[in-house]
Design a protein around this ligand. Structure first.
Ligand SMILES: [Zn+2]
Length: 287
């Protein structure tokens, strides 16, 4: 018996996905090779996300209701290009807060916050409290831990480069990568969750509201659409770094693995390749 990470009750914990399974399932289904590779060890094919004993059955059910609402109303329609404007209700803020909570709590309990100063750690525990109380319904509002959602698409630059990275490579990252991180610098700590064409941000501590106004999700509901956005330099930096890491990791794939990838690609029907979001990301870019 262990303690549930959200409600704290002693229970037999379920093996929970830190990021929902349908992200990975969709990535795999829409990938021409039908496989997913993890960035940290690109030679190992991963089919699923990270799973840890985390939540009790009740909290798992709570999260899965918001997950289903997001999957059906926003995720699939946007990924498939069927819709780009969405009216949402309170489920969206809850779902995003549940993602932020899972990522921050895991980083906190597994000591993955090595980039955070000791005197900044109290901000992390306070943010976890705010998120948990909001998710459990003890607070109607997540307080400082409001959720931000950016709808991503392929970027088109005049130079063919984005932040020093080939536009096609950047677009591949922007539309396909799945990763999460707790980012810290002198003026901000925030949760960064990137999955396919979505970027979720949640401030843990920010010195100023600058760059944190657009893309804010209202906890009651509202309209979501791709629009001109103002993002902080440190958020854009994190994206560029993520894209760079993905390129390096692809380059480090061993010869044998790269033969397997080529073989899988060769066996695919050309239409499936051209219609896959990866191919479209590359075709649409000028690089
Ligand atoms: Zn629980």
């Amino acid at each position: 018996m262990n303690k549930c990470a959200l409600c704290g009750s002693e229970a037999k914990l379920e093996l929970s996905h830190i990021l929902p399974k349908f992200f990975f399932r969709y990535l795999k289904k829409s990938s021409p090779t039908g496989n997913i590779r993890s960035t940290s060890n690109p030679n190992r094919i991963i089919q699923d996300g990270e799973k840890v004993p985390f939540l009790c059955g009740e909290c798992e059910d709570l999260f899965s209701r918001w997950e289903t609402s997001f999957a059906n109303n926003i995720f699939y329609p946007y990924e498939k290009g069927e819709k780009s404007q969405f009216s949402y209700n309170s489920d969206l803020s809850k779902f995003l807060a549940s993602l932020s909570f899972r990522c921050l709590k895991l980083a906190y309990t597994q000591d993955r916050l090595e980039n955070i100063d000791e005197n900044q750690v109290p901000y992390v525990s306070k943010a976890l409290d705010n998120l948990a109380n909001y998710l459990l319904g003890n607070n109607p509002h997540p307080k400082e831990q409001r959720q931000f959602l950016v709808l991503l698409d392929t970027a088109e630059s005049h130079s063919g480069y984005v932040g020093g990275i080939k536009e096609s490579e950047f677009n591949l990252y922007a539309t396909r990568a799945i990763e999460y991180d707790v980012v810290a610098n002198d003026i901000a700590i925030f949760i960064y969750i990137k999955f396919l064409k979505f970027l979720v941000l949640c401030p843990v501590y920010i010195q100023s509201q600058k760059g944190w106004r657009s893309c804010r999700v209202n906890h009651r509901g509202g309209i979501l659409k791709p629009s001109s956005i103002e993002l902080n330099d440190y958020v854009l930096h994190r994206m560029i770094n993520g894209a760079r890491k993905a390129i390096n990791s692809r380059e480090s794939i061993s010869g044998r693995q790269s033969d397997i990838i080529k073989k899988n690609l060769n066996e695919q029907q050309p239409e499936k390749l051209a219609n896959s979001p990866i191919a479209q990301a590359i075709l649409k870019s000028k690089a």
